[in-house]
Design a protein around this ligand. Sequence first.
Ligand SMILES: [Zn+2]
Length: 269
Amino acid sequence: MRFDFFRYAIPDRFNPATTLEGYETFEQADKARRTLVSLLKAKSPRERKLTELLRKCRRGERCLSAACPICARRARAWWVTELSEYMSVSRDENWYAVSLVPANCRFPLGNLSTFNPARVKDKLRKQLDRSRLANSVVVGAIDFGVDASSVRHAPMWHPHFYLLIQARSKKRIRKALGRYYPKAAHTPRPIRIRKVGSRDEDLVNVTSYSLKSTFTKRVRVKGPSGTKPIKTPIDPDHQVELALCLHRWGLGMRLFRRAGLHGPNVGVR
Ligand SMILES: [Zn+2]
């Protein structure tokens, strides 16, 4: 049974729909749902099943698919409010927003279904267990992007983590995880860490970023002073590929939680 995040009320204080500028509106999510339905060609039983689910998703009978833009919008609001609330009261140590990009976790376009989120999360859990962050609260989610910025490599899916870590210092996080996430030619900055502010808007901002609902392709464009990477929307074919994977994995598979957080969300796997 899928976790029904529509059952939980979204408190006003951290509701991203009313407090976060740029948070997708219901109308935008509904338009994205209709676009996805039009992109799904119903070629395979999996595509047909997802098309049918997305078509039927309506008030009171939501489909709860991680691929559905309306349901994902609501799931994100639930995640943001749960996590922001938790972070606002749990301030013994600072919170850091950490993006973690495993260099060897890359998949040719069309092959994203071979990515195993459970395995990458287990690996990260073990790395944390063995590190000086063994007692730290670490929460976040897996994000997806296409890296098409290199002329030497074909475009690839590059799943990565966006985490919120409670720790004594930035240095401690870098020391704990640095050896597991080395630089590579295509991954020049495998770890980025920044301290999270304590204002409500800071919390809503980082928590909403930790479970993104729009996915981008990184490309390189020519400018007056050479080429620079920019982000553009992923191509329709790859939107479909990702949607089928997200639907199969479910929302819980994207989420990473370690220690702490024992709210009603504990049932999500
Ligand atoms: Zn839905």
